[in-house]
Design a protein around this ligand. Structure first.
Ligand code: DGL
Length: 255
């Protein structure tokens, strides 16, 4: 079984890619909605919280943990790897593929405040985009909109215009969706932004990594979404975010 963690429904953008590649593998996904957003919390808080959630998933039989959240990966994955004897896959803003694609030597990174302010992000930029202009932008409204199931319309368009203003003015031609919530806004981003803008997200790369680790197949695979928030809310969001996904939602009570 693959265990997955995100601050809310964002990581379902990764889950749908993993399920497409590994339909015979069971998945238990924690939407830590009671703690959402992670992106404005401290790295210490996220380390403690994801450690408690990982322990729970391992007790439930997870043999591989996917941290389907850029913020939690950047803040906590090293500590989690040191603490638990299972393989982890984390996700980071796709600076490397963006650097390979830009023709204007300018890339934009949309991510959370927590992701952008840590040393790990600075290392990512110095490893892959040292000679490029890198314009960063925290996008808290994107997370709020996706958590509310608002994926299009005026509020979405005005948030996109606000958050991409500086990178557009600097002629960025590749924008990184550096938070697992943002791919749900890809259709709106594609219609709002000029045609030549390329968008990078890393969900499918994470799924390929998960497939390489060959998690156990089962004859009766199941997808459980465990929420620390409102069951009713996640039940109403699921058909909108991941139509057709054969998942069952359950409440998760954490202290
Ligand atoms: N989905 C998360 C990420 O990839 C965090 C969003 C949030 O809770 O702030 O960074």
């Amino acid at each position: 079984m693959i265990g997955m963690i995100d601050s809310g429904v964002g990581g379902l953008s990764v889950l749908r890619e993993i399920h497409a590649l590994l339909p015979d593998t069971s998945i238990q996904y924690i939407a830590d909605t009671a703690w959402c957003p992670y992106g404005v919390r401290s790295a210490e808080e996220i380390r403690d919280r994801t450690s408690a959630l990982t322990e729970l998933l391992i007790k439930r039989g997870a043999e591989l943990i996917v941290i389907a959240c850029n913020s939690a990966t950047l803040a906590a994955i090293e500590a989690l790897r040191a603490q638990f004897p299972v393989p982890f896959i984390g996700m980071e803003p796709g600076v490397k593929p963006a650097a390979a694609l830009t023709k204007t030597d300018t890339i934009g990174v949309l991510a959370t405040e927590l992701s952008l302010k840590g040393d790990k992000f600075l290392h990512l930029v110095s490893a892959h985009a040292r000679d490029l202009r890198v314009i960063t932008q925290p996008c808290p409204k994107f997370v709020e909109l996706v958590e509310a199931g608002t994926l299009e319309g005026e509020l979405v368009e005005s948030a996109i215009t606000e958050y991409t203003h500086d990178m557009m003015a600097a002629s960025a031609d590749v924008l990184i969706l550096g938070c697992s919530h943002y791919p749900f806004l890809r259709p709106a981003l594609e219609t709002t932004l000029p045609d030549h803008i390329q968008l990078i997200d890393t969900g499918s790369a994470i799924a390929r990594r998960a497939a390489k680790l060959k998690p156990q197949k089962t004859t009766s695979p199941s997808i459980s979404i465990l929420t620390t928030g409102s069951l009713e809310k996640i039940n109403s969001l699921l058909p909108k975010l991941t139509p057709g996904l054969p998942a069952e939602c359950q409440p998760l009570f954490m202290s």
